[in-house]
Each structure stands twice: as C-alpha cells, then as structure tokens.
Design a protein around this ligand. Structure first.
Ligand code: ZN
Length: 279
C-alpha cells in the first residue's frame, strides 16, 4: 500500500487507498460524484474473492444508496452460453485495447418492496474502484433495467464507454477529481466509438434507448428521480435543461456516432467485387 504514508498530507490519496471510490460515470450519468468511506480492504489475494468483493461494496452507504438490490456478476449470469461468446470476446479485446484489466461487471437487480415485487430502477451504469492488495481494482455497475432495455451490441457500447472511464482513471492515477467532467465524458464516448468492436450504429441506438428508458421510468415512477415532475416533463428533457450534467447532450452523442458511422463507411470499400471491371 505505497499510497498510505505516515503523515501523508493528501487525504484524498489516503482515502483512495483505503476506500472504494464511486464515480458516477454511467450511460445515464447523474451530475455528481460520490466518495465512499470506511471500507475495509479486501483480503490478500491478488484475484479478489468475488463474494468478498460484493460484501465490500455492499458495506458502502453510497453503493447501497445508488445501487440497491442484489448484485451478481454479468459473466456468471451469462455463464458458458455460446451465444454470448462473441460478446465476451469483444469485451475482452476492448479492455486490451484500452490497456486495462477487464473490469468485473456487476449486474444490479432491482430491490424488492415489502410485497416481494421488484422496485423500479434507473437505466444506470457507473464505475467504482478500490485498492486490493496494493493494486487498483475496477468494477462497472449496470442495472438490470439498463441491461434488459438494450441488446448485446448496445450494452457493449455502454460498457465500452464505462471501460473508457476505467482507462481514464488508470491514466490519472485514480484520482477522483480527474475522472470527472464533461470533457472526460466526451472522451469516454470517443474511446468507445474508436473501438472496432463497438458498432457506432449500436452506440447511437444505445444513447437513444437510455433516454427512452429513463423517460419511461420517470413517467411510471416519478419518485425514482426524486422529482414528481418527471411524470410530466420527461427525464431526458430535464437532463437537457439541467446544463450542469456531465454527460454530453444526447444530440451531441448521436452526432458523434453518426460521424463515426460515416467515417467507417468511407473507410470500407463499397465495391464487393474488387478487380471486376464494370461496364
Ligand atoms: Zn460516462
């Protein structure tokens, strides 16, 4: 734990070294950043025991507040399903491309109400990190509502954006203040779109769907967003009005995806018959 020096004056580093830091950096990012405090370190294994990892995260108030509900690992959920092998491979190669260890993707199921019925969720995603055995370990959270609202290509686009944040965190030494802000959100989108594994058309529809999912959730469950007006004024519109949001506007994200669609189309030879002269 080299970060913990006796008399270290930088309390943020010290916090980073002993805590999980939750960065709100999702497909439907809110505007804030939350720092978690008081988490004990995981055990001394290099590969963290997964049950212990979940327990560590659940011990954090910020995680319980923002990501309530049962947490499972996406790869466990997918298991050995051959239909998901392409998804798994593309996920892994995006991580290699970004020069990061593939983060654990934690799927957050909806919490249950008193009657045993699932409570509403936001279409949310975000990253968190903590120091385990002296090394940073990054996780990506996604809600089940987000996952079920997206197809695999769209989900991969959303995860590529989150992995972009992981690579930013790595580059900036996991300093929370450096992995925050609209510039970094734009950059995470650019990173995702730069991956050949990510279909820019899927990225585009992901952005649109996330807005729609948020609007539907806000309409049906206004208190989910802590604002009854979401029943009348869609969440996407409110996000647009609230200029303080870190995420670029949906329209700007669509534009960026469109530019990449165009760029790839131009880079791909349109003739399927190379060498065949057409009269
Ligand atoms: Zn983000």
């Amino acid at each position: 734990m080299p970060e913990i020096g006796v008399g270290h004056e930088n309390s943020t580093m010290w916090k980073l070294a002993i805590c999980w830091v939750l960065i709100v950096a999702g497909s439907n990012c809110a505007t804030d950043r939350q720092e978690a405090a008081g988490a004990p370190l995981l055990g001394s294994t290099a590969a963290p025991d997964r049950k212990s990892l979940i327990d560590q995260l659940e011990a954090l108030k910020e995680v319980r507040n923002r990501w309530p509900g049962e947490k499972v690992f996406l790869d466990v959920e997918y298991g050995a399903d051959p239909a998901k092998s392409d998804f798994r491979q593309r996920f892994g190669s995006i991580a290699r491309r970004f020069d990061i260890a593939p983060p654990d993707v934690i799927l957050v199921k909806p919490p249950m109400n008193k009657d045993g019925k699932p409570r509403p969720q936001k279409p949310d995603a975000g990253i968190a990190w903590g120091v385990i055995d002296g090394k940073y370990h990054d996780v990506v959270f996604i809600t089940l509502y987000l996952k079920t609202g997206l197809n695999d290509d769209e989900l991969l686009a959303a995860l590529a954006h989150e992995m972009g944040h992981v690579s930013q965190a790595k580059k900036t030494g996991h300093h929370p203040q450096d992995v925050h802000g609209r510039k970094l959100e734009n950059e995470a989108d650019e990173l995702a779109l730069s991956c050949p594994e990510v279909d820019p058309a899927a990225f585009r529809s992901m952005v649109i769907r996330v807005d729609r999912l948020a609007d539907a959730a806000g309409r049906a469950h206004p208190l989910l967003y802590g604002d009854p007006s979401t029943a009348v004024i869609p969440v996407s519109v409110q996000n647009k009005l609230a200029f303080g949001g870190d995420h670029p506007m949906t329209s700007a994200r669509i534009k960026r995806a469109d530019a990449e669609i165009k760029r790839r189309a131009a880079a791909t030879p349109s003739s399927g018959q190379p060498g065949v002269a057409t009269p």
